[in-house]
Design a protein around this ligand. Sequence first.
Ligand SMILES: [Zn+2]
Length: 98
Amino acid sequence: MLDLKEINLNRFQLHVLLNEEEAEAYRYIVQEGTYCVHCKDVCVEGVDVKENILNGTNDILIRGNCIKCKGNVSRFIEYGEFEDFVERANSFRKAIGE
Ligand SMILES: [Zn+2]
């Protein structure tokens, strides 16, 4: 299995990395697709995203706070399964020298 460096993405880098469809899925997940263990429900008011991490298997880990209860939430988006995303992620890694 690949073991790549974890990269903390800024919003601009995230935008560059995601195609339109993936950006749409990302928005959905942030707005209404993340479960909050504190509310025992999805984050009905969405997530205040603090970090987007491209992890060692080219998945994206979102870390933030449930806007309703302010509790910590995190959510994986398994982009690493998609070949075209992995290609983009790897050329991005190359471009920033990682
Ligand atoms: Zn909550």
